[in-house]
Design a protein around this ligand. Sequence first.
Ligand code: B12
Length: 284
Amino acid sequence: MEWTQLELSKGKLRLRECLNRAGLTAHAFLAPEPAEKTDEIRSIVVVLFPYFAGEAPGNLSYYCRGLDYHKVTARYLEEAAKALQAVLGEDLVYHAYADTGPLADRYLALRAGLGWIGKNQMLIHPVWGSYCFISYLTLNAPLEADALAATAETTCMRCGRCVRSCPGGALTEDGAFRPERCRSSITQKTGELAPWEIQILQKDSLIFGCDVCQKVCPHNAGVPLTMIKEFREDLIASLSKADLQGVSRRQFAARYPDRAFTWRGPAVLRRNLELLLEEAGHGD
Ligand code: B12
């Protein structure tokens, strides 16, 4: 959706106008207008953070085994922005985002030449594969754009493995995506699941997130381990019944204050684990 098609509320126009003027398309789905008082967005720095830390077994998706990427990426970007400020001056206005910004992260990374979009919908980097988070800094300084990396010439192999392996049939040959059938989405859904959702959930063993379409992707074969210590050390690969039983939301947040699976709370994870144990015949 174009920004111009959005109904914009008074006094919150600036960032959207700027982005629109720059010819960027954004998605209404995403977060509300940021609160910063910036006059201009003149450039955007897009950064990938690789997170693959090996194939250790576990029931949590790779992306949430390390420290919470929202916090980690924000910390690194904040440091980068401060360094830029030291060079460009205190007038530099910046804002750092991962997940929560006003633009579609994958689209930005694509435009920045950092990779291509696979049939599995993922932004794929030629070295790090799709196991990388995307984050970006908006700046009011007109930095010169880097030349597009050679990655722009490479594309998804279109082997179709992700499409064939997707537990819910969320991915399609023509590149469309049905988010309601995405297993990752179902693992994050609150409340009671419909029978067809339970069927999809039970097609894999992760209780939070889904990695099937990434694990089968040939571009992810043999990717290097991440060099980012927050995604490499102190990993939590699994949560057990004991970790989840009789725990309130508050207790859960206190026990795992810095993890990307925490925000959903223990009830959803408990439900998923129970459904998976039931399927495996270990219900009690
Ligand atoms: C909501 C969300 C989800 C929802 C998806 C809902 C939906 N409708 O897409 C659910 C819960 C299903 C989900 C799952 C996952 N997510 Co998610 N998710 C997001 C979030 C917050 C918004 C996505 C969104 O707006 N989707 C709307 C569609 C339209 O946009 P898009 O898919 O991002 O990108 C599209 C455009 O780039 C467009 N496009 C492609 N080429 C071109 C060319 C042109 C010219 C144009 C105009 C557009 C265009 O096609 C892309 C694919 O549809 C983003 C962060 C963000 N703010 O962007 C993370 C994000 C996409 N998720 C991420 C991750 C890691 C995951 C999971 C791997 C987690 C997991 N292990 O379970 C799975 C992957 C599922 C999959 N195969 O896509 C990463 C992806 C990193 C990467 N390398 O691609 C992101 C970018 C978070 C981040 N900051 O790192 N996610």
